[in-house]
Design a protein around this ligand. Sequence first.
Ligand SMILES: [Zn+2]
Length: 332
Amino acid sequence: MVSFKELGLVNTREMFAKAINGGYAIPAFNFNNMEQLQAIIKASAETKSPVILQVSKGARNYANQTLLRYMAEGAVEYAKELGWENPQIVLHLDHGDSFELCKSCVDFGFSSVMIDASSLPYEENIALTRKVVEYAHQFDVTVEAELGVLAGVEDEVQSEVSHYTKPEEVIDFATRTGCDSLAISIGTSHGAYKFKPEQCTRDPKTGKLVPPPLAFDVLDAIMEKLPGFPIVLHGSSSVPQEYVDMINEHGGKLPDAVGIPEEQLRKAAKSAVCKINIDSDSRLAFTAAVRKVLDEKPGEFDPRKFCGPAREEMERLYKHKIIEVLGSDGTA
Ligand SMILES: [Zn+2]
């Protein structure tokens, strides 16, 4: 058993309260490898933004849970080395699917866990979430729960259709589970193909797909039921067109990839939405940079020569999200 506090990590409690009062949101970036972690920490340290490092099931399978945890511990030291005196870094389990997994993360030094029982019937979601909360809170670890179903494909979550969170359930759910934050479904979705072309309209000038707007009426109704309660948005990548174009120009094939427009996320960040999950955008940034180098320099075979530019591109992306979309810069 190791406490996250020994590792220099923080939980989300104070961070979320400040974000709601300040009208901004905390970035939650997934990490799977060293370059991604370096880019996240550098962007956060340089902009003085609190940050949530997320570990998904796919990341655990890819990089090993033990290694990722020690990387997060190293990230705190790295942040200090970069001149961030008091780093506000959360190590968070993304989409925990069982009590045992959440418990193992709590015992292992995570400062926050998500129990995603949203695919279970309502009462079972409450029971499992409650069980995780009771365990985690003994160690001051904060718990994110989910109500409603997001569409799209993630490492571990897949659904054809989305079911918006029902505002009439949120008071009962939050009270009975004791969760610290709630992930809701209002039209965001996992992956780089968030909407099918038939769900979108086309911009007559550019011919590009324009996705349907988020259900801000549902968000408003939830905030009215739970004033000041921390709300989380998953699947909130914007799928920047420049990366899609770069990938396609250098031999890739991503037709009609579409994400959530940044102005909608900007609007959400000003509300009780205090954690916004972004994963696909950094994958796109990484892939775009790697493809460009390998396409332009076919003789290159030193991974540092393409992982380095990929890291720089991700850092640029993270800083852009922090400063231009979430507004969390200068708050840590
Ligand atoms: Zn998610």
